[in-house]
Design a protein around this ligand. Structure first.
Ligand SMILES: [Zn+2]
Length: 425
């Protein structure tokens, strides 16, 4: 912690010195900066996409905005099926005969999660399978897709049941302050999930193996050492079985933190481009984004739980009898809780997107400094535009983007290039 404050202080000092030094930019740099126009270079990169490519990625990404709305409305509909058709009461009657404490709740939760998955399946299969194929963004056969779905469903049933069981246990023990304890339970599981994901969860969907020895790996590890990252290995995974999307990630924390890149990146990108991506991922590590993300998520979850609790109480006080829900401790209220969480999460999407996008922008800047490959970064941004609209409006980006837009990323890379022309290769 001390080290971070120390680093922060040094950075502030350097920034202050730098702002004073801005008055006298060396002549040589001024000349080259003038010769290299940032906006022209940005447009040149954006124009490497054909109008047809842009139209396709715009349609795909903009369709996603509507899908977020439809998914929320669909989730409300599913909640309505549980609460208004007597389905929820039926499940409650079915499990109420079990006399062992806690078990009725577990049975209700398990049946609810399973049925909810079945009800949501039509939208799920359209969004995740047919639509991805419609835009030629998936390499998966239907059986392979279904297999991943079943693994996901299994994880959801195990961890979802466990989390909800604990939340209802907290409700029974803590009464009115349940929402604070509920948020705490979900945060603890989020941290646990982040910790075990790289080692136990991600390998359920993809094969992970160490990146082959060679020049590229040496260069990546050298970059890692130059940034004080104690990485001894870099991992690659076979994302090509799902799609052609290039991506990498830094996942886990504490002893399970690892940097992984996918095989599409290896196949489709030059070493310079791969280094640009790895620089970005290292930025996440160096700037402790996993910990900061967990902290931000914790604050967000407490607010979310508090709001959901208020609205739940308001609805129950008016419609509790009609919905057959006695109070917050009634397991039959679970479908209503899920609807409220879904709606609240939808409303807060611009906020959560901005939380993530801010970190991604920081990682972009770190990556440019670490890899020193602005054109490599710009080319990767073009590849990412296959599934992310490249040039959105100002508010469109704030509301819908969990990463900076391609235009902003390229512009940032070109600005970096303009200001470092003399030390670029
Ligand atoms: Zn990132």
């Amino acid at each position: 912690m001390k080290k971070i404050f120390c680093l922060f202080f040094v950075c502030c000092l350097l920034a202050a010195l730098n702002s004073q030094a801005q008055v006298s930019i060396p002549d040589t740099l001024q000349k080259t900066t003038q010769a290299f126009d940032i906006n022209t270079a940005t447009e040149r990169w954006l124009n490497t996409l054909t109008p047809a490519q842009r139209a396709k990625s715009d349609a795909y990404f903009e369709g996603g905005y509507w899908l977020q709305l439809w998914s929320t409305l669909y989730a409300i509909l599913v909640g309505g099926i549980f609460l208004l058709t007597g389905l929820s009461r039926g499940i409650k009657n079915l499990v109420v005969g079990v006399s062992i404490p806690v078990l009725p709740n577990i049975f209700y939760i398990f049946i609810y999660l399973l049925l909810a998955y079945v009800f949501l399946f039509p939208l799920n299969v359209y969004q995740d399978y047919f639509r991805e194929h419609q835009y030629a963004l998936s390499n998966m056969t239907f059986p392979a897709w279904l297999k991943d779905q079943m693994i996901g469903l299994g994880l959801m049933l195990v961890f979802g049941s466990l989390i909800l069981m604990l939340v209802y246990w907290a409700i029974s023990k803590t009464g009115k302050s349940w929402w604070l304890w509920g948020a705490g339970i979900v945060i603890a599981f989020a941290a646990f999930g982040a910790f075990i994901a790289p080692v136990f969860l991600s390998p359920l969907f993809n094969d992970y193996k160490p990146l082959a020895e060679g020049k590229l790996k040496n260069e990546i590890l050298s970059m890692a050492r130059a940034n004080s990252i104690p990485a001894e290995n870099v991992y690659q995974f076979d994302a090509s079985k799902q799609s052609d999307r290039v991506s990498a990630n830094v996942s886990g924390f504490a002893s399970t933190t690892r940097i992984s890149l996918n095989d599409n990146l290896l196949k489709r990108c030059t070493p310079a481009e791969i280094k640009a991506v790895m620089g970005h991922e290292m930025g996440h590590y160096v700037m402790n984004h996993v910990y900061k993300g967990l902290f931000e998520t914790a604050v967000f979850l407490v607010i979310l739980f508090a709001l959901v609790n208020i609205f739940f109480q308001m609805i129950i006080s008016r419609y509790g009898d009609r919905l057959g829900i006695a109070g917050i401790s009634d397991i039959g209220g679970l479908p209503l809780l899920v609807v409220l969480f879904t709606v609240a999460s939808f409303i807060f999407t611009p906020l959560t997107n901005t939380m993530v996008r801010t970190q991604e922008t920081e990682a972009d800047m770190f990556g440019l400094n670490a890899a020193r490959e602005p054109d490599g970064e710009a080319h990767v941004d073009m590849l990412l535009s296959e599934y992310r609209k490249i040039d959105p409006g100002y508010w469109e980006e704030i509301i819908f983007y969990d990463h900076p837009s391609g235009r902003n990323r390229v512009h940032m890379a070109m600005q970096w290039k303009a200001e470092h022309l003399n030390d670029c290769k």
